[in-house]
Design a protein around this ligand. Sequence first.
Ligand SMILES: Nc1ncnc2c1ncn2[C@@H]1O[C@H](COP(=O)(O)OP(=O)(O)O)[C@@H](O)[C@H]1O
Ligand SMILES: [Mg+2]
Length: 216
Amino acid sequence: MKLEDAQSKKQALQGEDIDELLKYTRIIESSVQKAGGLARELAVMSRKRMLEKESVIPIDINKLIVELQRLLSGTFPKNIEITTEMNDSLPAIKGDILQLEQVLLNIVINSKDAMPNGGKLTMKTFVTDIVNGNFEYHYLKPGKYATIQISDTGEGMDEATLSHIFEPFFTTKPVDKGIGLGLSTAYSIIKAHRGYIIAESVLNKGSTFTIYLPIE
Ligand SMILES: Nc1ncnc2c1ncn2[C@@H]1O[C@H](COP(=O)(O)OP(=O)(O)O)[C@@H](O)[C@H]1O
Ligand SMILES: [Mg+2]
């Protein structure tokens, strides 16, 4: 599902009761999961996820975040406060916009699941300059990276859970709630973009996902 489509539906939903909005959130969830299943099949077929040359375009990450915020503020429960902090001069990156939308949706839906009693969801963008020998980012080549950081004040994870979250089919959710493909899909999409995704979490405090995407 494209964010724009959802946005126009969201406008149609305005003024209706919260049950309607929650129903719509579940539609997003199931479409994300279907896409996740399809992504897995494709990944299995090709062993390694590749980007289709034709679908790689310059992307304004801030615009993506603004669209996402608009979608979420119309669909997420009202007890989840959504804020953004963006670097206005963030350079464009090159990528597959549908895949990157998928990554962001997978992450924010997990945040929503982690905040059943409400909380705060914060989406930030900034530039990270990775220099040689910077141990914290040793997975990444030196250079400038557009960085997206998504934080929630949800239930968080212990060390054991955190160490498995990017594995396919790892889930701590009941069968009807999750199949454990959201973050493994996100991981392979970000890798295909020559970027990196890192998760940090404190149990009962919240989680932060940071995505680095190379600026050409
Ligand atoms: N924001 C978050 N807060 C707490 N736990 C999380 C968060 N995001 C992911 N997780 C944990 O990672 C697991 C895997 O996530 P995911 O791959 O999206 O699969 P699913 O959502 O289907 O369980 C979740 O089941 C949950 O245990
Ligand atoms: Mg998920």
